[in-house]
Design a protein around this ligand. Sequence first.
Ligand code: NAD
Length: 335
Amino acid sequence: MKSLLITGCAGFIGSNFAPYFLDKYPDYHLVNLDLLTYAGNLENLDEIAGSDRYTFIHGDICDRDLLEQLFSQHDIRGVIHFAAESHVDNSIKNPGVFVQTNVNGTFTLIDVAYKYWMEKPFAFKSGYEACRFHHISTDEVYGTLGETGLFTEATPYAPNSPYSASKAGSDMIVRSYYHTYGMNTVITNCSNNYGPKQHNEKLIPTIIRKAITGENIPIYGDGKNIRDWLYVLDHCKGIDLVYHSGNVGEVYNIGGRNERNNNYIADKVCEILDELRPKAQGSYKDQLNYVEDRAGHDKRYAIDATKIETELGWQADESFETGIVKTIKWYLGKA
Ligand code: NAD
């Protein structure tokens, strides 16, 4: 049995990833380190809570003593690092915690891993040669696009929000541990995820929640901002592939080639709700309400996923139109 440290698994993506991964790999023991901030919810992990191959640790990735203790107690042989502050709006109001968790936290985690797995630069301890550090990041590090073009792994970093700047900083730290110390790192930069278990504050859960509670559904600015939407399980499958087969020191962009603007997303969600849970009168679209734009709102993100598709054979199974139906059904089941 091999123990892997998976950080931030009580959050949206980690809580979709952990059950999938545990089920697929019977030889892994997953140690989930999560601080349970407002974004973490252990109920998201009810399905694996009783597994003897799953251990939950309540704690902070910035806590070096705790990390050192966890590495030696569980003899950690790999890290998949999800934990982060992740909401752009919060980073505008309170950037300090983003730097603390995303930059300092990632540094502390990778530094503890380095010292546990390696004797010195480019020399692994005997038996630890295969230990890998997988950093989960975002396409937002590349900044914003005009009407055309796609983010590739070679696109220069140009983060625009405190969130994306702190993620960019964490990516650079991970990169430096590969180049300076020869650590076995991989980084994945993914586009916007949606699906079950996402926190209420994010766009799609907000649209669904406000729609079914009869409130105004807020849309920033003119609603024309474009994101490249990926169903969360497709992201999890990409992480699995990169963790197991990605080349050392490499970066892989993950995106579903599903560019949609916010107006389209809101209309689509309302149309599906009109079918699945019709209102007594009218359409959910009647509740759409344009509000003041987010400060510094990036116009367009879109990923070129050619590298992971051609080198590792990854492909998204869901289009936005199939994934969104699954997502809405999940939220209606929970409401
Ligand atoms: P999330 O906000 O839903 O979950 C983050 C989790 O990290 C929570 O459980 C929280 O309690 C935990 N956490 C926060 N600070 C911590 C700390 N100091 N120590 C330990 N745990 C801590 O985030 P998510 O949407 O699941 O995103 C996971 C990762 O994927 C993040 O690194 C994010 O940048 C990246 N990402 C997200 C998206 C997306 O669309 N959601 C897209 C691309 C990349």
